[in-house]
Design a protein around this ligand. Structure first.
Ligand SMILES: [Zn+2]
Ligand SMILES: [Zn+2]
Length: 380
């Protein structure tokens, strides 16, 4: 801690050698005097000594802050948010001159010019746009580039959870990524990572981009289905993380898009970190090579006695429990099977008994094929 009188000689020495603006001069001493306004301190120190020359360190950058404030206002005009932070890119020559003057006059514990300029800009923007500075977890982040006089804005991602039902066959669950960028986002796909919107994923994305803006939408599904499957009941749960959204708070009500019904839509903190356990009730239409009778079908009751063992090509082994089994013969070569099972059982492989034991073909002792399967309910 020093007194004002004590710093005058050093300030005088510096000003004799270098012209400095109020901001840059005040900044060199404000911390040791516990003062908050660099500009006011610099002004006071310079009263007698000002030469009117350009500042040696910043070349009068601080006089030009309104220009950069305007860039920030323009960049943020489409975004709604309450908190923000500011970062800056400054010419290396300015940073070098700032460093060398501090070491020449042995001034320690001084804010860098970058700290000061982002603080000043933050205060100006806060006042003008009526937003709050938050350096820890801001909703939006500005990067002001003083080198090429540009301003970038990024907003923090938001995550939404919901459920969908699919009442018409033919929609795939997932959307193919943009050919050009493989889903990362590029000019061709308008930074969305997808170019078509003809799936469950595409339909939900379309709605989300319309309501929230944003670049890419990353989905976490609770289970999956076939293109030809229906999803009924209360629907399949999903999470979607939206990068760089324009809006953060939108009223979400149940809606239908491309025969996909969305419900339970709400903002959540984040997508689940590990896969959630769930139970699916599935109706499977199965055709058999040999004719079947009810004596054969009775054997299916055993499915709920012990877990189904699933082997993957990778050598991974997992077990899925089946809790309930119902079946109904349709014709001599066709029947429906309704099971309530632990989520993630590969249905088509389960029917043909492909590295899954016991499978339907094995139990009935005749080759079986899954014609279609629908989800009646998914419980998390
Ligand atoms: Zn300066
Ligand atoms: Zn692309």
């Amino acid at each position: 801690m020093s007194t004002y009188q004590e710093i005058i000689p050093t300030a005088g020495k510096i000003l004799k050698k270098y012209d400095l603006c109020d901001h840059c001069l005040g900044r060199l001493f404000s911390k040791q005097l516990h003062l908050t306004s660099n500009k006011a301190l610099g002004k006071k120190l310079k009263k007698k000594l000002s030469s009117g020359e350009k500042c040696h360190v910043c070349k009068n950058l601080f006089e030009n802050l309104n220009h950069f404030l305007k860039l920030m206002m323009d960049a943020s005009s489409n975004y709604s948010f309450t908190t923000f932070s500011v970062g800056a890119m400054i010419k290396p020559s300015i940073v070098d001159r700032d460093d060398s003057i501090r070491s020449e006059f042995k001034l320690k514990g001084v804010d860098s010019i970058k700290t000061d300029i982002t603080k000043e800009l933050g205060n100006l923007f806060s006042k003008k746009a009526k937003k709050t500075i938050d350096c820890v977890d801001p909703e939006t982040t500005f990067t002001v580039n003083f080198k090429d006089e540009s301003c970038q804005i990024r907003s923090k991602s938001i995550t939404i959870s919901g459920r969908y039902t699919k009442l018409q066959r033919g929609f795939p669950q997932k959307q193919k990524s943009c050919d050009n960028c493989s889903g990362k986002g590029c000019r061709i796909c308008n930074f969305h990572g997808i170019t078509n919107y003809d799936s469950v994923e595409g339909s939900i994305s379309k709605l989300i981009f319309k309501k929230f803006g944003g670049t890419t939408a990353k989905f976490t599904w609770i289970g999956g289905e076939d293109q030809s499957s229906l999803v009924l009941g209360s629907g399949r749960p999903f999470f979607v993380k939206i990068q760089n959204p324009f809006k953060r708070k939108v009223k979400l009500s149940p809606t239908t898009i491309n025969s996909i019904n969305l419900s339970n839509l709400k903002l959540v903190y984040e997508s689940p970190k590990k896969s959630l356990k769930f139970i699916s009730s599935i109706k499977i239409k199965i055709s058999t090579k040999s004719s079947i009778n009810s004596e054969h079908l009775k054997k299916l009751k055993d499915l709920s006695r012990s877990p189904i063992v699933v082997y993957e090509k990778s050598g991974k082994r997992s077990e899925k429990k089946i809790f309930q089994v119902k079946y109904k013969k349709i014709s001599k070569n066709e029947f429906t099977l309704i099971i309530k099972a632990e989520g993630g059982l590969p249905i088509k492989r389960f029917v043909i008994s492909d590295d899954i034991t016991p499978g339907i073909s094995k139990i009935l002792d005749t080759p079986c094929v899954c014609q279609e399967f629908d989800f009646l309910e998914i419980e998390v």
